[in-house]
Design a protein around this ligand. Structure first.
Ligand code: NAD
Ligand code: ZN
Ligand code: ZN
Length: 232
């Protein structure tokens, strides 16, 4: 498709070619030696081309990296399969919907006695899966929406809010999968960015107090490439 073609052109800026005639290392994508042809390179002129990713320095057959990008790619970014460094902007496949937030001044979250709370809500409706979903053309369900999460209304909580908004915009917040909680397939599920859905207790394990929560969710956001740098 058009999108994919554009993707490959833009990928080139994240890597440079290297000469590996004497290289004994394997390409960790196809498990062949870098000095041999790519498993995906049969009959292709570039079968022996090896590239190094600019920032992390990991090396792969060029064709292996492109093949991986096409088969698992769900957005604009490239992620190093060895160290997970993200190049460009990673986007997800969250189905259409919207996100809202509001301040709840008289709600005090356990562990954040000095401030009020921010209530974040997500609204997603059931629909038909698109080409970037597990079963294109089939329906998907969306249970328990609007779903809500609570943040303390402190500086760090507000920073997390901004990053959650960025993650939602990049379609990273939910995906379509089989729910671990209910076992239902083809349904909208949270996607590795945790929310505190319980304001008053912690019966579900997704409530307060949890002194590590803001740091943990910042790590989860960063793992998707959403960091403070994105807000500049
Ligand atoms: P899932 O069960 O596949 O799990 C995906 C991620 O969500 C995991 O990282 C998990 O740790 C996290 N998670 C699980 N329970 C959570 C909770 N209560 N609050 C915050 N995060 C939670 O994901 P899913 O199918 O999206 O279900 C997660 C939660 O969504 C359920 O526990 C439930 O609270 C809610 N849900 C509600 C309904 C409903 O009809 N009210 C239906 C489905 C899910
Ligand atoms: Zn390879
Ligand atoms: Zn790497």
């Amino acid at each position: 498709t058009k999108g994919k073609t554009r993707g490959v052109e833009s990928l080139e800026k994240y890597m440079h070619g290297v000469d590996t005639d004497l290289d004994k290392n394997d390409c960790s994508i196809c498990c062949e030696k870098l000095s041999e042809a790519s498993s995906y390179g049969e009959g292709k002129a570039e079968a022996h081309a090896v590239v190094e990713l600019n920032r992390c320095g990991h090396q792969f057959h060029k064709l292996c990296l492109l093949e991986m990008y096409h088969s698992i790619h769900k957005g604009g970014g490239l992620q190093c399969p060895s160290c997970k460094t993200i190049y460009g902007e990673k986007t997800g496949n969250c189905p259409p919907g919207y996100m809202q937030w509001r301040l709840v001044q008289d709600l005090t979250l356990p562990g954040y006695e000095g401030c009020g709370a921010i209530l974040v809500s997500y609204h997603i409706s059931p629909g038909i899966q698109g080409p970037d979903h597990p079963s294109p053309g089939h329906s998907f369900t969306a249970r328990g929406f609007p779903r809500q999460g609570y943040l303390p209304d402190c500086d760090k909580g507000r920073k997390v809010l901004k990053l959650l908004m960025e993650a939602f915009q990049r379609r990273l917040m939910f995906t379509i999968a089989t729910s671990h909680t209910t076992g239902e397939a083809n349904t909208v599920t949270w996607n590795e960015i945790h929310h505190k859905t319980e304001p008053y207790g912690n019966h579900s394990g997704h409530g307060y107090p949890d002194p590590q929560y803001l740091d943990n969710v910042l790590m989860e956001l960063a793992a998707h490439g959403v960091t403070e740098d994105c807000l500049r």
